[in-house]
Design a protein around this ligand. Sequence first.
Ligand code: FAD
Ligand code: NAP
Ligand code: SF4
Length: 678
Amino acid sequence: MTGIERYPRLFSPLDLGFTRLKNRVLMGSMHTGLEEAPNGFERMAEYFAERARGGVGMIITGGIAPNAEGGTGAKLSTPEEAAQHRIITDTVHAADPDVKICLQILHSGPLVAKEICVAPSPVKSRIGRFKPNELDEAGIEKQIADFANCARMAQQAGYDGVEIIGSAGYLISTFLVQKTNLRTDRWGGPWENRMRFAVEVVKRVRAAVGDRFILIFRISAMDMLEGGLAWDEVVSLGKAIEAAGANIISTHFCWHEAPVPTIATMVPRAAFTRVTGRLRKELNVPMITSNRINMPDVAEAALARGDADLISMARPMLADPELVLKAAQGREDEINTCIACNQACLDHTFGGRQQVTCLVNPRACNETLLRYLPVAAAKRIAVVGAGPAGLAYATVASKRGHRVTLFDAAAEIGGQFNLAKRVPGKEEFHETLRYYRRMIEVQGIELRLNTRVDAAMLAGMGFDEVVVATGITPRTPVLEGIDHPMVVPYIDAILERRPIGRRVAIMGAGGIGFDVAELITHAGTSAALDIDVFAKEWGIDFVNHPRGGVTGVQPVVAAADRTVYLMQRKTDPVGKTLGRTTGWTHRATLSRRGVHMINGVEYLKIDDAGLHTRVNGEPKLFEVDTVIVCAGQTPQRTLYDDLLAAGVKASLVGGAYEAVELDAKRAIDQASRMAAAV
Ligand code: FAD
Ligand code: NAP
Ligand code: SF4
């Protein structure tokens, strides 16, 4: 059966009257930073064109502001700026004339990090830098005119349409919600007034671009705000937007400031599509659903349930530009699946300093810079260690034509990812390993598992290159009593090789300390695998849809019967080094489960009484029955050192190269770049 037969809805075209989408998958909008980068337009053109060649039906660009007060980065308001976009639209249409590309108009309102930021009322967002300036009547009129002008410029630049974002805490949505719209004039107060701005923007944009131009409006179908939009307001807004001239309505599920995760890895796949489905019954235009739809079967199922007409995949398109093509060709098992970690995409966007890319695909947004070009002369390469670094190196090198043998001492590939995938909420890590397993088969990499490599073994095998990706050794702190029977290394705790008691101290509160705390305090089904469990855990009511979906709903906490202390020596807040966009979710989960997070701890000794410490200078005994050590890692370089001693040239990669602040993002990136150059 071909993929097209397996996913009949996904691969059916959508007729919009004046134009046609070739399938039901669109690449959702993501601000990548290329918008403002040197050679950004050339790089964006290739980034989008690669996705167009990869089979997607429609592309939405990253958000572009309609005027100076609407954003901190790129804006589109002049013919000169429109001319710059031509390279994007021409390159995408040349890559596949059937692919549509729409510009997202993003007016960030109170979230703009400039003092000139504007909003309906001077209400500072919890995550905004400045209190916004209240718009007067003339200011409101200017914003609406600027939206219309931006759409006209997009049309002039060759785009097939625009998407107007009316959600997430950006300007349009702040008119809609009572707590950010305190006005008493015709733009505030009763619901009819609060929705006036959104409707007027759509009307004016439609008038500016004519009928034969795609107009998508992104609506907050569930904004996850206490006191947010009521369901009847969402429906009435959808109907008014439709009447004002939108061709498609796209559903969005949160404001950035909302305390509910909506795209992180602990969110179940397709968790929110039923909300789109409910709204779809009320409207006539085609509807887009999104959030945690990362594989074709998940997308097809959402369409089959009648939840939507179109599926937006954003991060999955960073992870694999050929996702749609692979699905069409029945090669789903070759899809490099987005694991929703946010580590290289949203964490970089909100960090503001690093270029957006993807943990599992470092080529994302680096298409013109990081190329995996075929080699003229193939080398025989030994890669020792099949963790993320070794896997990335082996697959990139073999894709380029090298002959690779991949060794691992373990019985399966994956290295530490085999530990990570056992943590509730990290089930997606299985997908990365499935992808690499398949690539090893497809690319004919010789895989030698259960093979602990030593220098003598390699010396006689005649490889042209030896790559040592042997990972790390967990650090064992120097401490009296560290060999006490109650002390358990994190690997044994995660693999359940040793019993864990009821009173537990975790030494070390880095990523692994948090994961171990999650694992040992977890009870019942993983929320990432069950939408109802997830909804209860985060206080979302999908059935009654109170205001914002969350108003008055208390999270239900399920936790193992354990007292857990998560400790670090630093006096920084515990969890400070976790991911920028996901750290708060881990801290919130553990807090709800009653985990004690303690900083400023000096470890003194471990004995039968427990863990003796000084906390902020005061002696304190933690009467625990288990101490789990998550105290960081050091490079595992035994093989490398032996090879050097034997005169065999080798390269180090991943944890074996540097263990400090190592994560899979760095391991895969470093390995891919090295393999691209060999
Ligand atoms: P490893 O994964 O350690 O792989 C090394 C491999 O080498 C192993 O398979 C080992 O068997 C093999 N090996 C060693 N010596 C030999 C030898 N002599 N012969 C043959 N084989 C040998 N990172 C993230 O980015 N995000 C996360 O969310 C995340 N979560 C994590 C959760 C947990 C519980 C853990 C433990 C780690 C997590 N990490 C995460 C970290 C990430 O897994 C590591 O950074 C990454 O695995 C390092 O990759 P590596 O290939 O360098 O080493
Ligand atoms: P880590 O993040 O560096 O944390 C190590 C912890 O051990 C710190 O809390 C550190 O805090 C403590 N520590 C260090 N030396 C110690 C010593 N001698 N005695 C006692 N405590 C000591 O490392 P990790 O938790 O082992 O994680 C390894 C890598 O995997 C990290 O780089 C991490 O990014 C990655 N990872 C990422 C995620 C994720 O969700 N993104 C999840 C898991 C792992 P103090 O020095 O203050 O005590
Ligand atoms: Fe997905 Fe993580 Fe890649 Fe972002 S970095 S696209 S969340 S896999």
